[in-house]
Design a protein around this ligand. Structure first.
Ligand SMILES: *Cc1c(COP(=O)(O)O)cnc(C)c1O
Length: 337
């Protein structure tokens, strides 16, 4: 194995030796197997290629101090994959099959799970795609479920820092479209606004609710949260937001561990003054503090353009501590490999 510089990993594709592959034909899943082939051979008529009939997940494996390996709430990813599959008329992947596939892949690539103190993790990507001969707009005759993984660095190499974001004029999803499921189509729609934001030196863009463009919905490919002066942890609620497992974990931790009031409600763009801190959260982003937000109507600074607020810091330490096995986890949150 090539020596990996754990401290300088980014979020890039790295080939690890093994991936899991199962095929769905004639109404049933084949027994999944591990393979070393990282190229998919699929039919040119596959619906995943033409009509975006595909969905995915993202989760991480964490190396603990005692060298054991943690998965963080993988059954939540299994459930969400199936909600995505249902929305796009794809077959469900049994939850046990999903979690077993993830565990097998992590075990088989164990040498690529970064050391505890590196801050790096093993990123795991489950993927479900429609394949087989098809040209009309209808669900595919067959499906492939695959799980692959690679080591990735911490989102912030120099520790937690705040960065700036900009509100996009584009929508990533329609009001009753596919915003609430993890499908590639939402990401295709986000590439242009995301690039435009980065070209203007913002970390990413913030999407407003597609029906009225008055409320905050998503932060790039992460969920938004705000902290109020009276100790509330607030996240937006909408049928076009992707329900982040990290977000629901933070809602729980804010209430049970930090004694805050956890609120899911509307976050109006013209009421940002209520927040003393704000951030983005997700598996990849972990917790990314939002320094300032260009709203199109002015630049709003939350806690500080560079410094991280005290509540965000406490939430980050609690969440990451649980994931890496340094802080006691709520019942059922950790699956050992
Ligand atoms: C995956 C994803 C998130 C984060 O969800 P987690 O379960 O916390 O990783 C947020 N927004 C979008 C659009 C996503 O696809």
């Amino acid at each position: 194995m090539e020596k990996i510089d754990w401290k300088n990993l980014g979020f890039n594709y790295i080939k690890t030796p093994y991936r899991y592959l199962a095929e769905y034909k004639d109404g049933e899943w084949s027994k999944g197997t591990l393979t070393e082939d990282n190229v998919l051979h699929i039919h040119e008529g596959s619906t995943a290629l033409h009509y975006g009939q595909q969905c995915f997940e993202g989760l991480k494996a964490y190396r603990c101090e005692d060298d054991s390996i943690n998965l963080f709430r993988p059954y939540e990813n299994a459930k969400r994959l199936n909600r995505s599959a249902e929305r796009l008329r794809m077959p469900l992947v049994p939850e046990e099959m999903f979690v077993e596939a993830v565990k097998e892949v992590v075990k088989a690539n164990e040498g690529f799970v970064p050391p505890h103190d590196s801050g790096a993790t093993l990123y795991i990507r489950p993927l479900l795609i429609g394949v087989g001969p098809n040209i009309g707009v209808s669900p595919a005759p067959e499906y492939v479920f695959t799980v692959f993984c690679m080591p990735v660095g911490p989102y912030f190499k120099g520790g937690l820092t705040a960065t700036n974001f900009i509100v996009s004029e584009f929508d990533r999803a329609a009001p009753m479209g596919t915003g609430a499921v993890k499908v590639g189509g939402n990401y295709a729609a986000s590439l242009q606004p995301g690039k435009e934001a980065q070209e203007r030196n913002y970390s990413d863009c913030v999407y407003l609710d597609p029906a009225t463009h008055t409320k905050i919905e998503e932060v790039g490919s992460a969920n938004f949260f705000g902290i109020t002066a009276d100790n509330q942890f607030v996240t937006p609620v909408s049928p076009s937001i992707l329900p982040s497992i990290t977000k629901y974990s933070l809602l729980y931790l804010a209430e049970k561990r930090l004694g805050m009031t956890a609120v899911e409600g509307d976050v109006y763009l013209d009421q940002l003054d209520q927040f003393t801190e704000a951030g983005a959260c997700g598996t990849a982003a972990v917790i990314s503090p939002i320094g300032g937000l260009e709203t199109g109507n002015g630049f709003h600074v939350f806690y500080s353009e560079t410094e991280v607020g005290p509540v965000t810091t406490r939430l980050y330490n609690e969440l990451v501590g649980i994931q890496f096995g340094d802080v006691e986890a709520p019942e059922g949150w950790i699956e050992k490999i």
